[in-house]
Design a protein around this ligand. Structure first.
Ligand code: NAD
Length: 506
């Protein structure tokens, strides 16, 4: 049984029964059986189910936002704007563009394959296992689920055990929307359940979570060559140049660092500020942070932490930084923290790139601020990490912003804003380096859930092909044919002559 404790209040708010490990094979059998019918539907027929789900989510929006907020400790406004809205917008995107993205695509056929046509077909893979985290428990489960379903797969979701109420809520929503039996199944439980389903030989694994678990899943999947997408952690840099709109950048930094209490894979975890404006920017930032209200009511800006173990990570990093000379600009030293899951919004300066606070993912309300001299230096500092998920560049100079953005080794870069690239379902989403493998959203988001099949079509009227047997006498003719074709200026007369001569040899 998963006992649900509301992180903001510490109160027990429910119990969710765990899926017994003995059910793994039954889930996969059901998923495979349902796949036989579901994969036969057209994209438009499957979209109708998604649209029904959308109507139910819209009707129940407030109640769902409250469940997410209770289960995670995040404020209800964030549940709405960062979990529910992206899910609904994902449905809109998939139902609007899915058919076009997944239909057979005609591609050019090279002249040397005269008389043939070429196509790409997208064939659903089968049963997709989706393993999701607790920080955006609805969005990060639902968007891959909806994409896999629209592409014709059936889905087993293993939601995070840290936020089981949201997992149950997702299960109920799909039941209410009337998805056929076995098309969507939810396996509740922790890492043992996740591991058992990973070992159950799904046809694809879509994992969102920590680098540590991502590596384990990749190893297990490799044994059976099961393809995966891994959406992992981040240590995103935010770069503020002196010519930026400083008040906007300070407000942006407070939001990018502390939204969802900093438990965002793309939150600003390293703030680089140009030296000439460092003191001025720091005081603007401190003012912004002072104005933020922490709590769990509807008027609050920042909620509580979600996962108790995360507090220890934040504490360790802060202690390490302070004991090595870092200076607290806002917040409190860990020994003065109040009990409970609300952490002070903490800004530190006087840090260096060897510290844990700069090298390791914090996933909490902890923001180190570092001065930089020039463009070249800040690019090198921003790229000095094993991660590469998102980044932001703040300046009024568009040329400079674009120049810096293209040099950052990162899955996405946002200019004069942060994080929100994930809110555009038309853009691919994913990481570089240890931030992950693969992309979703955009065209890739649907196509990863399909086998991409190349089809070459000949009308079958000719008796033979020039590249078939017999080869007798063809070598010198092919030599001339390819020379006439591939030389810098194509010689079409020679090409036609040699083509006809080879044809006669057939
Ligand atoms: P986690 O890796 O601890 O857990 C993620 C999921 O994996 C959970 O459902 C968990 O039960 C399951 N799991 C754990 N061990 C498993 C195993 N051995 N086999 C199969 N499943 C297993 O991550 P978390 O703490 O839930 O999430 C926080 C992490 O997720 C952070 O590192 C964050 O940066 C990352 N994240 C990444 C993205 C992204 O899109 N790149 C988005 C959100 C969070």
């Amino acid at each position: 049984m998963l006992t649900v404790i509301a992180p903001a209040t510490g109160k027990q708010i429910g119990d969710i029964p765990e899926t017994p490990l003995s059910q793994v094979d039954i889930f996969y059998q059901k998923g495979k059986t349902a796949f036989l019918q579901w994969s036969k539907l057209t994209v438009l027929e499957r979209a109708k189910y998604l649209l029904k789900l959308k109507i139910i989510i819209v009707e129940q929006m407030e109640g769902i936002a409250k469940i997410i907020s209770e289960d995670t400790g995040k404020v209800v406004t964030e549940a709405l704007i960062a979990d529910i809205m992206p899910t609904l917008d994902g449905i809109d995107h998939i139902t609007k563009h899915g058919e076009k993205i997944l239909k057979r695509q005609k591609v050019k056929t090279p002249l040397l394959l005269i008389g043939k046509k070429s196509f790409i077909e997208y064939m659903p893979r089968g049963v997709v296992l989706i393993i999701s985290p607790w920080n955006y428990p609805m969005q990060l489960a639902m968007v891959p689920m909806l994409s896999a379903l629209a592409a014709g797969n059936t889905v087993i979701l293993k939601p995070s055990e840290v936020t089981p109420l949201v997992g149950k809520c997702i299960e109920d929503l799909f039941i209410k929307a009337g998805f056929p039996e076995g098309v969507v199944q939810v396996a509740h439980g922790g890492k043992e359940v996740g591991a058992a389903f990973t070992n159950g030989k799904p046809d694809y694994i879509f994992f969102t979570g920590s680098v540590r678990t991502g590596k384990i899943i990749q190893q297990v999947a490799a044994k059976d060559l099961i393809p995966t997408t891994l959406e992992l952690g981040g240590k995103d840099p935010m770069i503020v140049f002196a010519d930026a709109h400083l008040e906007r950048a300070a407000k942006g930094a407070a939001w990018a660092a502390f939204t969802n209490s900093g438990q965002v894979c793309m939150s600003a975890e390293r703030l680089y500020v140009e030296k000439t404006i460092f003191p001025q920017f720091l005081s603007l930032l401190k003012k912004e942070i002072m104005d933020l209200k922490q709590g769990n009511d509807q008027e609050a800006d920042v909620g509580s932490m979600t996962f108790p173990a995360q507090l220890q990570i934040v504490k360790d990093q802060l202690e390490d930084a302070l004991s090595n000379g870092a200076q607290l600009e806002t917040g409190l030293p860990p020994e003065k923290w109040a009990k409970g899951m609300f952490l002070p919004l903490t800004v530190v300066t006087n840090v260096n790139h060897q510290m844990k606070i700069i090298q390791e993912e914090s996933f909490g309300p902890l923001l180190p601020v570092i001065p930089f001299e020039n463009e070249e230096e800040v690019i090198s500092l921003a790229n000095d990490t094993v991660y590469g998920l998102n980044a932001s560049v703040w300046t009024r100079d568009k040329e400079k912003a674009r120049r810096v953005a293209s040099k950052l080794v990162s899955g996405a870069v946002v200019i004069n804003d942060a994080i929100i690239s994930i809110a555009n379902h038309g853009l691919p989403f994913g990481g570089t380096k240890q931030s992950g493998i693969g992309r979703y959203h955009g065209e890739a988001g649907l196509r990863i859930f399909c086998h991409e099949k190349a089809i070459v079509e000949d009308n079958g009227q000719k008796k033979s092909e020039i590249h078939w047997y017999p080869y007798r006498g063809k070598f010198p003719l092919f030599l001339q044919l390819f020379k006439s074709y591939f030389q810098t200026n194509r010689d079409w007369v020679k090409f036609a002559q040699y083509y006809l001569r080879i044809l006669k040899k057939n």
